[in-house]
Design a protein around this ligand. Structure first.
Ligand code: NAD
Length: 417
């Protein structure tokens, strides 16, 4: 299996095994954590616009609920498969535990290509899938959220279908909803805000002056573009920005809001005025202080990790670095803030959304941001302290913090013997 196509379930099992070993946990801990507690595969018919019926396959993986209900996104993608869903649900357990959220980990997916579906077909598919997984979800059981190719509208259909099945409104059954249906202010910016918060903490620890620092952004979508804007607000110079169709560079720095306006108009960052166009992949290897991978999984591999020159990497994306590349970055002394910490702002504000739904009382955007910041800093500090105490990478430290929290809960519940 090549590095780029390595089964994410095996990668995640390796990370958990290492953390269990480092922590000296009872064997039952790894045996329970190496796979989902419950894994549901469903198939369901959807009437297409032309009158034919297509049968789709979907999954919901519930990895661990020792500290609270399962939590995690729902992806609609033609390339998704069972082991990917299993792995993503495991990572959610540890992402939630790194932040100390009262959630376990879950993930769901439907194998489909939403780009080929009409709005009506997408709605019928979302409702049919909800009906199939309804016995296993709920605001105190398992709470889905948007992920790749799912959005607030799909969350609204799921909320409506589930509420119909229950005979009453259950707004807390999913997060990432439209604001009018109980969504939280600040959710859209949360992943980037959380990432920038921990990157700035890293700057303080490493003696990097943010006001004089430079940053490169790989993936100029929701997470990447907002991270660039928030970094620029702190005085960081954005010298490189890349999306799937172009990469632009200007050593003097660029205004990320202007890059976003250019991308909105031209569907790419390429040819941004005043900047030089660089070859694909260059954003990962330009000379800079801060690198934000905010595109896809397995972007930093053993093939390009040697060329990375950043001092700090803040992983806004899920799984942007392969295990082989991780070793290279560690040996080069690059400070990597792992995805389960750096990309956890989104699920943290999802948690706030759920809390607001259960209370029926809603916070201002300022209140949301004021609650997010300290939680990110506290989690960063816990991981940093573990990294220093044990002499391991920040990624290994994050897994150790997270696995310890979940194992402590499993132990007091009597699951470990
Ligand atoms: P998005 O679709 O808004 O943006 C992705 C960006 O990556 C796009 O600009 C796209 O052009 C670019 N891209 C794709 N392939 C590329 C390549 N080969 N090189 C450079 N750029 C490339 O998605 P998003 O919501 O910003 O998510 C980005 C990453 O962050 C994903 O890994 C996602 O799982 C992770 N993440 C997002 C959230 C969130 O709340 N949005 C939360 C946690 C993690």
């Amino acid at each position: 299996m090549s590095e780029q196509t390595m089964n994410p379930f095996l990668i995640c099992q390796g990370q958990v095994k290492e953390a269990c070993h480092q922590l000296g946990l009872e064997p039952a801990a790894y045996e329970l954590l190496k796979q989902p507690k419950r894994f549901l595969e469903v198939s369901f018919p959807v009437k297409m616009d032309d009158g034919t019926v297509k049968v789709f396959t979907g999954w919901r993986s519930q990895h661990n609920d020792a500290v609270g209900p399962y939590k995690g996104g729902l992806r609609f993608h033609p390339g998704t498969y069972a082991d990917e869903v299993r792995a993503l649900s495991m990572w959610m357990t540890f992402k939630c535990a790194t932040l100390g959220l009262p959630y376990g980990g879950g993930k769901g997916a439907v194998k489909c290509n939403p780009k080929e579906l009409s709005q009506g077909e997408l709605e019928r598919l979302s409702r049919a899938f909800t009906e199939r997984i309804a016995p296993l979800i709920g605001d105190d059981i398992d709470i889905p959220a948007p992920d790749v190719y799912t959005n607030a509208q799909i969350m609204a259909w799921i909320t409506d279908e589930y509420s119909k099945l229950q005979g009453r409104n259950r707004f807390g059954v999913v997060t990432g909803k439209p604001i009018i249906l109980g969504g939280s202010l600040g959710r859209n910016e949360a992943t980037a805000r959380g990432c920038v918060t921990v990157v700035l903490e890293a700057c303080k620890k490493l003696g990097v002056d943010a006001a004089k620092a430079t940053a490169s952004i790989q993936g100029f979508g929701n997470a990447g573009s907002i991270a660039a804007i928030l970094l620029a607000e702190k005085g960081v110079k954005i010298i490189c920005a890349e999306d799937s169709r172009g990469c632009v560079y200007n050593a003097a720095g660029m205004d990320p809001k202007a890059i976003l306006a250019h991308k909105t108009k031209h569907s790419t960052v390429a040819d941004f005025p005043g900047a030089k166009n660089l070859p694909a992949g260059s954003s990962l290897t330009v000379e800079c202080d801060i690198l934000i991978p905010a595109a896809l999984e397995n972007s930093i591999t053993s093939a390009n990790a040697g060329g990375v020159k950043a001092r700090i990497i803040g992983e806004a994306a899920n799984g942007p670095t392969t295990p082989e590349a991780d070793e290279v970055l560690f040996s080069k002394g690059i400070f990597v803030i792992p995805d389960i910490l750096a990309s956890a702002g989104g699920v943290t504000v999802s948690y706030f959304e759920w809390v607001q739904n259960l209370m029926g009382y809603y916070w201002s955007e300022q209140e949301v941001n004021e609650k997010l910041g300290p939680m990110m800093v506290k989690s960063f500090t816990a991981v940093y302290d573990m990294h220093k105490a044990k002499g391991v990478s920040m990624r290994a430290a994050a897994f150790m913090v997270a696995v310890k929290r979940v194992a402590d809960a499993m132990r007091v519940r009597g699951w470990l013997g």
